[in-house]
Write a protein that binds this ligand. Structure first.
Ligand SMILES: [Zn+2]
Length: 287
């Protein structure tokens, strides 16, 4: 976990910006958004940005559906924009057609979005979802109910250089289906997984949306574009053109990126104070 908070001195500036939207908070934060138990009424609106926003009229992802099971419901983070729920259902149905097994769906957003007390800086405006790579044989065997169940296993080899023996067509098909979906803006995935895909033959255009990041070796993080119905949604800057199978990806395997001593010497970015957007205030004051 800690390595997510540490960036090498020469890390591209883009990484710092990305840290703010993907990086994992190391300790629990006091946030009023975690106290909100239910969505607001009215039409769905994603408001603000992924790391400083909220969602009005969020919809709840059902605990189970065709091809998927929603895990860790006790966290109450299974709410999102309708587009996000549709995407989850579409991906799960497509996987169900490939064979048995349920896609495990992790955190979306809190009932009205906003900052979470742990685990994520983003996931704030109902447009982010974590999807686990390994499908569960059944809902009963999914890692879904308690805080004590281990995470599903990693798809990355122990040395971090490549994929593990668990990686296969099922995982690649699921990831590609998400990446080629026009609703999807970007996907965060472990650099070793992206490198594996970059090394394969065939069309690489779909790799454009895959953003290498720390962790994300057992799940990937899907982020949607701002939906048309959400005029107050703040769209993130576009990712660079191309498939990203280049120097930027190579950096993740450099000594600079991977040497613990260097990482511990790197400056730790200061976490910004949580500030609730004016447009989000009504969602907090009316619950
Ligand atoms: Zn995530």
């Amino acid at each position: 976990m800690n390595r997510r908070l540490l960036l090498a001195p020469k890390a591209p500036a883009l990484l710092l910006a990305t840290w703010l939207t993907v990086g994992v908070a190391g300790s629990a934060l006091a946030t009023p958004w975690a106290q909100v138990k239910a969505p607001s009424e009215g039409p769905t609106q994603a408001i603000g940005g992924v790391a400083n926003g909220c969602i009005a009229g969020a919809q709840a992802l059902p605990a189970e559906g065709e091809g998927y099971v929603s895990i860790r419901r006790y966290r109450n983070r299974f709410y999102g924009h309708a587009d996000l729920l549709h995407l989850v259902r579409d991906l799960a149905r497509a996987q169900a057609r490939r064979g048995p097994g349920l896609v495990m769906i992790g955190d979306l957003s809190q009932p009205r979005g906003g900052l979470m007390s742990s685990s994520h800086r983003s996931h704030q405006n109902g447009l982010d979802v974590d999807i686990w790579f390994l499908r569960a044989p059944s809902a009963a065997t999914a890692n879904r109910d308690t805080a004590h169940q281990p995470d599903p296993p990693s798809m990355v080899s122990a040395d971090g250089e490549g994929v593990s023996a668990l990686w296969g067509d099922d995982q690649q098909t699921l990831l590609k289906a998400a990446a080629v979906d026009p609703r999807v803006d970007r996907i965060f995935v472990n650099a070793a997984i992206k490198r594996e895909l970059c090394a394969s033959d065939g069309d690489k255009a779909w790799l454009h949306k895959l953003r290498p990041w720390f962790g994300h070796d057992a799940h990937f993080h899907v982020r949607l574009r701002c939906p048309h119905d959400s005029s107050e949604c703040k769209q993130q800057a576009a990712i660079p053109a191309g498939d990203g199978c280049d120097d930027e990806l190579d950096w993740w395997f450099s000594a600079e990126a991977r040497t613990p001593a260097k990482k511990s010497a790197a400056p730790i970015p200061t976490r910004p104070e949580p500030v609730t957007l004016a447009a989000c205030q009504p969602l907090l004051s009316t619950h």
